[in-house]
Ligand binder design. Structure first.
Ligand SMILES: Nc1ncnc2c1ncn2[C@@H]1O[C@H](COP(=O)(O)OP(=O)(O)OP(=O)(O)O)[C@@H](O)[C@H]1O
Ligand SMILES: [Mg+2]
Length: 287
């Protein structure tokens, strides 16, 4: 059984996708782990930063992206095949990283989310179809050490499917007032999801991203988040902080061909921080 971690935040643009991709690449290249990235976001950001857009579009037309997995459930079809949909050796590093695979997302996922919601349910979470992803992938994911799930910025049914599959959730956060405001709500809502369903996910902690040294409010906000970890229930703030750095953003451009992690993330840029964060995360999930 792999260790599965969902990267989640109700707030958009905090670094879920950037961190998913970086953690996946560091886990494979520096720790020799076999990693699967599942892109659950209809924005498809993780997908297009890990694979060729043209290939992905062809796969989407053939029904071999995540949207078809849910369509099959809704309309009683049998088109999606995990073996065909999972793309092997993805990333722009060295023309693709052996042992890094991707289950691509689709722009059409947004419509499926609306369809799934129409299925009648009792209570907020109970009796909703949240085990579809896990049931469909259960055999295929067994060959991985780590599965990272890049979630959209909501706690809708697609995200709930990701959480159902996960042992942990990790919350990337920008340390400013508006970005941290909704954190208690994430923990509370996930606790409620757990109470009402079979979800057994545990908080792994907060990762501070986009930290600005020159912003005097950021250190203070980090201290508050550290003090609040136990009371709010997100467990910890990772001691590795990812600073704001243009390289973190530029690295997501798949069209750039690079040879190594150091080249992609720049030794003087976020490279060392991602390296440290990966070690910190792995020391907890694989003690
Ligand atoms: N450490 C960083 N320094 C500078 N820019 C960053 C950093 N991390 C992420 N970014 C940029 O910030 C933006 C948001 O990041 P990202 O897409 O990873 O967030 P997200 O939480 O996945 O967003 P969404 O909720 O829309 O999926 C992107 O343009 C990304 O390139
Ligand atoms: Mg994203």
């Amino acid at each position: 059984m792999p260790i599965t971690i969902s990267l989640i935040n109700l707030k958009g643009g905090v670094g879920k996708t950037t961190l998913t991709v970086a953690l996946a690449e560091f886990m494979t290249l520096e720790h020799g782990l076999k990693v699967l990235v599942i892109d659950l976001d209809p924005q498809t950001n993780a997908t297009v930063s890990l694979m060729n857009e043209h290939e992905w579009k062809k796969q989407n037309i053939k029904g071999q992206t995540i949207v078809q997995l849910f369509r099959d459930y809704l309309y009683d079809m049998r088109i999606f095949s995990p073996g065909e949909a999972i793309v092997h050796s993805v990333s722009n590093i060295g023309g693709g990283i052996e042992n890094l695979d991707l289950l691509p997302s689709s722009l059409d996922l947004i419509d499926i989310q609306d369809e799934l919601i129409k299925i009648p349910s009792r209570g907020i979470f109970s009796r909703r179809p949240i085990g579809i992803l896990g049931e469909t992938l259960c055999e295929e994911i067994n060959c991985y050490d780590i599965v990272l799930v890049d979630c959209p910025p909501n706690l809708g049914l697609i995200t709930q499917n990701g959480l159902m599959l996960s042992q942990y959730y990790l919350i990337p956060v920008i340390p400013d007032v508006l970005s941290t405001y909704g954190i208690p709500q994430i923990v509370t809502r996930i606790n409620r999801l757990k109470a009402e369903t079979g979800v057994q996910v545990e908080p792994l902690g907060l990762v501070i991203n986009n930290y600005r040294i020159k912003n005097s409010l950021h250190p203070n906000q980090v201290r508050l988040l550290q003090l609040d970890a136990e009371r709010t229930g997100y467990n910890r703030v990772f001691s590795t902080i990812i600073p704001q750095n243009a390289r973190a953003a530029n690295a997501m451009d798949y069209s750039l061909t690079v040879k190594s992690l150091r080249e992609k993330y720049d030794n003087g840029g976020p490279y060392k921080r991602y390296q440290q964060l990966t070690e910190e995360v792995l020391s907890i999930v694989i003690p």
